[in-house]
Design a protein around this ligand. Structure first.
Ligand code: ADP
Ligand code: ADP
Length: 226
C-alpha cells in the first residue's frame, strides 16, 4: 500500500481557473517527492489539496488508503511547513512546538516529553524558552520543522520553505531534511521553484506545467527523454 496516492486529482477554482488537471502520483513511505515548475503551474494548489486546506474538484487524495477529505482536521496525517514558517511570534519555541499536541488534546507531561525530544533532534534545546519573534532565520526554520514533526505525521508538506534563507543555511537545512527522511521514515512533498533544490533532495521530481504533470522522474533522469 502507498503512503500517498493522488488519483486523477483536479482543481478548478470558483472563478473557473483550472489550476490542476488529472494529477496522478503514488508515493511509498519515506520517499522525498518534489513538485517543480513555473509560477502558476499548480504546485501550491496540489499541496493544499493534500493538506486538506483546499477542496478537491475531481479525483481522490488518499493517505495510507484513507481519503483525506473524510478525516476531520485534527486527525489528518499531514503537517505543513509554510514559506514564512507561520510561527506564533509571541510564543516561545517550546510553546510553538507543543501547539499541535495541545490541539490534539495530549496531556501536559506527554506534550513536554515529545517537545523535548524534538528540540534535541533539531538542536533547539538551548533556546526552548525564547520567543520566536527574536529568532534567526535558521532557528525559526528548525522550530517550524519541529512543530511539524512533533505530531508524527505520515507526510510532511513543505511549501517553498527554504526560499528566504541564505545559501549556507539552505545547505544545512537540506542536510537536516535528508537526515530526518532517513531516520524517521516520513514521506516528504516539497514545493519549490528552485530546481537545484529539488535535484539535491528528491527521490522523484514531479515536473508540472499549466496544471498538468509533464514528467515524474528521479533526479538523474530528469529531462532525459526516450
Ligand atoms: P506562489 O508564490 O505559490 O506562486 P502566489 O503569489 O501566486 O503564490 O499566490 C499567493 C496567494 O494568492 C495564494 O494563497 C494563492 O492561492 C492566491 N492566488 C493566486 N492566484 C490567485 C487568483 N488568480 N485568484 C485568487 N487568489 C489567487
Ligand atoms: P504555483 O504554486 O505553481 O505557483 P498555484 O497552485 O498557486 O501555482 O496556482 C495555479 C493556478 O491557480 C494559477 O493560475 C493561479 O493564479 C490560480 N489560483 C491559485 N489560487 C487561486 C485562488 N484562490 N483562486 C483562483 N485562482 C487561483
Amino acid at each position: 500500500t502507498y503512503d500517498l496516492e493522488l488519483v486523477r486529482v483536479g482543481k478548478t477554482y470558483a472563478d473557473g481557473t483550472p489550476a490542476v488537471i488529472d494529477f496522478d502520483l503514488r508515493a511509498t513511505k519515506g520517499e522525498f517527492i518534489s513538485f517543480v515548475g513555473p509560477s502558476g503551474c499548480g504546485k501550491t494548489t496540489t499541496l493544499r489539496m493534500i493538506a486538506g486546506f483546499e477542496g478537491i474538484s475531481a479525483g481522490d487524495v488518499l493517505v495510507r488508503g484513507r481519503r483525506i477529505n473524510d478525516l476531520p482536521p485534527e486527525r489528518r496525517p499531514t503537517s505543513t511547513i509554510f514559506q514564512n514558517f507561520a510561527l506564533f511570534p509571541h510564543m516561545t519555541v517550546r510553546d510553538n512546538i507543543e501547539y499541535g499536541l495541545r490541539v490534539k488534546g495530549l496531556p501536559a507531561a506527554e506534550r513536554r516529553a515529545k517537545a523535548d525530544r524534538m528540540m534535541q533532534v533539531l538542536d533547539l534545546a538551548d533556546i526552548a524558552e525564547r520567543r520566536s519573534a527574536g529568532l534567526s532565520g535558521g532557528q525559526r526554520q528548525r522550530t517550524a520543522l519541529a512543530r511539524g514533526l512533533v505530531v508524527e505525521p505520515d507526510i510532511l508538506l513543505l511549501d517553498e520553505p527554504l526560499g528566504a534563507l541564505d545559501a549556507n543555511l539552505r545547505k544545512s537545512i537540506q542536510a537536516e531534511l535528508k537526515l530526518l527522511q532517513r531516520n524517521i521514515g516520513i514521506t516528504f512533498v516539497f514545493v519549490t521553484h528552485a530546481q537545484s533544490e529539488a535535484l539535491a533532495l528528491s527521490d522523484r521530481i514531479v515536473v508540472m506545467n499549466r496544471g498538468r504533470v509533464e514528467q515524474i522522474s528521479p533526479p538523474e533522469e530528469l529531462y532525459r527523454r526516450p
